[in-house]
Design a protein around this ligand. Structure first.
Ligand SMILES: CC(C)(COP(=O)(O)OP(=O)(O)OC[C@H]1O[C@@H](n2cnc3c(N)ncnc32)[C@H](O)[C@@H]1OP(=O)(O)O)[C@@H](O)C(=O)NCCC(=O)NCCS
Length: 263
C-alpha cells in the first residue's frame, strides 16, 4: 500500500478527518496520510480455552524458513507495516523479519510453543503461523500471520488459543502481543480474542490528539452526532496522558514501556 494522497485546499485539510495513528501532512494542494510506525503492546490473562480447530495446528518445526518467509510476505504485502515499500523491498523485509525472529533479535525464540496451521487435506499447505518469543516479562505472540485466502476463518484464533492452552499447562499467567497502531485488522483481532491494550505514553498522546482534532472538527462543522461520545473519549484520553506524564517524570522508561524490549 501507498500513503494516501488527496487533493484539497489547506482549509479543507485542517477540517479533514484522518484515521487514528496516521500522520497527516499537507503540501502543494495535496493532503498526505501515512501510517506512523508504532507498536501497541497487548496483554491477555492465560486461561484454558475450548478450541475447535478448523485447520490442523502443528509445531512450527514442521515447516521451513522459506515457507514462513513466503507466507509472511503474502500476509503483509498490503499492510500498513510496509507502506510505501516496493514489493521487492517487502520481500526482503519478510526475510529479515523471520530471520530476526529465529536469530533471537526479537526476544528468545521459543520453538516448543510456536505453531503453524496447515490445511487438513494437504499438510504441506502452510496457511498460518504464530511465532512465540520469551522476554523478561514473559511469553509474547511475536508474529502471527494468516494467508489472505484463509483470513477471517478462525485460523488466527485457533493458533492463539492453542498457545494459550499450552501456556496454561506450564503455569504461565500472561500472554503478551503487539499490533501496529494503524493495523485495524490486527487490533480488531487482538481485541476480539480478548487482548487488552497496555498503553504507552506515545499511544496515549496520539489518541488524545486524535480526539482533540475530532472534537474541534465536530464543533467547527457543527456535527452534533457523536459529539458527546467524542468529548467523553477525549476526556479519558487526557486523563491517560496525565497519568503517564506523572509516571514519566520519575521513570521515563516506564512511561514509554521501554522494558518491553528486554530479554
Ligand atoms: C490478524 C490476523 C492474524 C487474524 O487472523 P484471522 O485468521 O484472519 O482471524 P480470525 O478468523 O481468527 O478472527 C477473525 C476476527 O479477526 C478480525 N479480523 C480479521 N481479519 C480482519 C479484517 N480484514 N478486517 C477487520 N478485522 C479483521 C475481526 O475481529 C474478525 O472478527 P469478525 O469476523 O467477527 O469481524 C490475520 O488477519 C492476518 O494475518 N493479517 C495480516 C497480517 C497481520 O496483520 N498480522 C498481525 C500482526 S500483529
Amino acid at each position: 500500500m501507498k500513503s494516501l494522497k488527496v487533493p484539497m485546499t489547506v482549509d479543507e485539510f485542517e477540517l479533514a478527518e484522518y484515521p487514528f495513528g496516521w500522520k497527516d501532512e499537507y503540501c502543494d494542494g495535496f493532503a498526505y496520510y501515512t501510517p506512523r510506525d508504532h507498536g501497541v503492546l497487548m496483554k491477555i490473562s492465560v486461561e484454558s480455552r475450548v478450541v475447535e480447530n478448523s485447520v490442523e495446528i502443528k509445531p512450527a518445526s514442521e515447516t521451513t524458513i522459506e515457507k514462513l518467509v513466503k507466507l509472511f510476505y503474502e500476509s503483509f504485502v498490503d499492510s500498513v507495516e510496509f507502506c510505501n515499500l516496493s514489493k521487492k523491498r517487502i520481500k526482503e523485509r519478510a526475510a529479515e523479519n523471520v530471520e530476526d525472529y529465529f536469530e533471537g533479535r526479537r526476544g528468545i525464540p521459543v520453538s516448543e510453543l510456536s505453531r503453524i496451521a496447515v490445511t487438513p487435506d494437504n499438510k504441506q499447505n502452510l496457511i498460518g503461523a504464530c511465532l512465540v518469543s520469551k522476554y523478561k516479562y514473559g511469553y509474547k505472540n511475536e508474529i502471527i500471520f494468516v494467508s489472505p485466502a484463509f483470513q477471517k476463518r478462525g485460523v488466527g484464533t485457533s493458533l492463539a488459543a492453542n498457545l494459550l492452552n499450552e501456556l496454561h499447562e506450564i503455569g504461565e499467567k500472561v500472554l503478551w502481543s503487539e499490533h501496529h497502531i494503524c493495523n485495524i485488522q490486527s487490533e480488531r483481532w487482538h481485541k476480539k480474542f480478548g487482548f487488552e491494550e497496555v498503553t504507552d505514553i506515545m499511544t496515549a498522546k496520539f489518541r488524545r490528539n486524535f480526539y482533540r482534532h475530532e472534537v474541534w472538527r465536530g464543533e467547527q462543522l457543527t456535527i452534533t452526532e457523536k459529539i458527546n461520545e467524542l468529548k467523553s473519549n477525549l476526556s479519558k484520553a487526557e486523563t491517560e496522558v496525565e497519568r503517564l506524564e506523572a509516571i514519566e517524570k520519575d521513570d521515563f522508561s516506564a512511561a514509554w514501556l521501554r522494558w518491553k524490549y528486554d530479554f
